[in-house]
Design a protein around this ligand. Sequence first.
Ligand code: IFM
Length: 486
Amino acid sequence: MTAVRTDTAPKQAPEATRFPTGFVWGAATAAYQVEGAAAEDGRTPSIWDTFSRTPGKVRNGDTGDIAADHYHRYRDDVALMKQLGLKAYRFSISWSRVQPTGRGPAVERGLDFYRKLVDELLEAGITPVATLYHWDLPQELEDAGGWPQRVTAERFADYSAIMAGALGDRVGMWTTFNEPWCSAFLGYGSGVHAPGRTEPAAALRAAHHLNLAHGRAIEVLRGQLPAAAQTSVTLNLHQVRPLTASAADADAARRIDAVGNRVFTGPMLRGEYPEDLIADTSNLVDWSKLVQDGDLAAISRPVDVLGVNYYTPTLVSTPEKGGGGSGSDVHGASDFSPWPGSEHVAFHLAEGKERTAMNWSIDPNGLYDLLMDVTRDHPGLPLMVTENGAAFDDYVSPEGRVEDPERISYLHGHLDAVQRAVADGADVRGYFLWSLMDNFEWAYGYSKRFGTVYVDYASQRRIPKSSAYWYADVIRRHALPPGGLS
Ligand code: IFM
């Protein structure tokens, strides 16, 4: 048979760029946002139980009492994760569930929940990634002064030892804190998060003690975990952009970068607090007394991976350019600033960009820039995108489906940004979609849906949204679908 010759080579679909070998695909949740079972098996209130029960603090008076009932439904949730092909699940541990008073012995029933969850994940072939703290300080420790008190860092080290002892044989990836910026500056500065205090000096003290607690926990984890275990911390690094090219706006951006980012990356990754941060805030705290001998060495113990959470960039200027409030409205409105020492900076929403249901502008280039900036500032540091995602006004169609093309588009754009950053030299090891399922969105209660799985709170039925199937396809391919959005 004679072969038919063609002059043009057969058309082939362009090969989709694959993510690096070993790139981890996951989804994330946090204890207070999904577990529920707030008063079961010995758990005592955390600051978020107290805060959410305080009238006017959380939209509609919502609380995490039941949330997505993950405490009782974790087996089905893990089965769903497996069905979607997730390779890793990032969850957090409720401190007051395992050590109700925040000090002293652990409660076995509380530990058992996490043991069973982890075993279920391992059985399903899903890597557990444990975060020790996602904002839910035991209320008893807040009553004793909370994060502005140095002793809280020691309590955290003890709690870390309990968890390393209970799960160290089966969890290989550990994160000390999720977004300590929110704990310090929304919790003690603007007060839109628990415990709802509005004391700028206390917010800075909290930031230092969160840093110290991180360092002490890394020491404990390293001492107790097998050598192969990985340790990390997750920061919501603000991708700060000046509104104009003026020197004044550049200075506004510098200030927010200092009290938003470098207050953590400075001591953790360089072993020092930035001089400009100290100068900007010296009227509020005496850093020479706050930071004691040995603190910086403790805080800068190396981590294996830096977790980065990204949602939207932060556009700033001097106040004369207009713009809104304190920037805290990203997480809830407050008359108080979450930016000690930088109260006069104005915040803006980027013009002409699409927004999510949080009114956050959608800008995947912000993620690319962020990953490249961290890579430039801290060469060789492995990174993991530990949260990225979007809230939209999802609903169940009469056919029982939840179509969320906007979320697919958001995820596609941001995964493309990750891929571009990898191609340009960023060592990004994985991506965790926020969130696995709809959950308690802090001051917004259940009014905002970030899940790739829809939760019908009345029945607790889970319905994977179309983005969940899309994400499953990305995981299967280990690449974005060819030809843009699918
Ligand atoms: O829901 C939160 C999460 O708890 C921490 N990072 C941001 C998410 C969306 O606001």
